[in-house]
Design a protein around this ligand. Structure first.
Ligand SMILES: [Zn+2]
Length: 173
């Protein structure tokens, strides 16, 4: 399909090729469903859930079973094409690893991720070139503690302290 053979495939074409190689390397079948799902995934402008994907496939008149969707998305995560994000809503969300639109703030206590925009940072990283290196994608996850967890931990610590003081008072009575 490609006109210039010497040119490396770029963007979505490179991702389809990477998935192709992943399926071959892992002895997985190259079913039409899997490629249709990948096509849909690549067309998603933002985070999506399995349910979003199911609706989009139905719109396309290419309905697939929920278990096929789950399994294929698992493969795409394993192939490092997608990553999953626990935003604290019921369903896991997914996004392309190569299209960073937000910085992830991940709480190490509850595991939830908050997404924040930083256009200056994105513009800087998108323009950044490294010597003797071709960037395929980057992502930024900042690890720490969310406010909910910080408040809870503080409260628990305070209760612990109060109990400790109570015990000391009891024992010295
Ligand atoms: Zn938390």
């Amino acid at each position: 399909m490609r006109s210039k053979k010497a040119k490396e495939p770029q963007g979505d074409e490179a991702i389809v090729e990477a998935f192709n190689e992943y399926l071959s390397a892992n002895n997985k079948r190259k079913t039409p469903e899997r490629y249709r799902i990948l096509d849909k995934v690549l067309a998603f402008p933002k985070l999506f859930t399995i349910e979003d994907l199911k609706l989009a496939m139905n719109d396309d008149k290419f309905p697939v079973s929920t278990s096929t969707l789950y399994y294929t998305v698992d493969l795409l995560v394993d192939a490092n094409i997608l990553r999953s994000i626990n935003t604290g809503n019921q369903a896991l969300a997914f996004e392309r690893v190569d299209q960073v639109k937000s910085i992830h703030l991940k709480c190490e206590v509850c595991g939830k991720t908050k997404l924040v925009k930083d256009p200056n940072f994105m513009a800087y990283m998108n323009a950044r070139r490294f010597a003797a290196f071709t960037t395929r994608y980057y992502n930024l996850t900042v690890y720490g503690t969310c406010n909910d967890c910080a408040r809870r931990l503080k409260r628990e610590q305070r209760e612990k302290n109060i109990n400790a003081i109570k015990q000391i008072k009891e024992s010295t009575k």
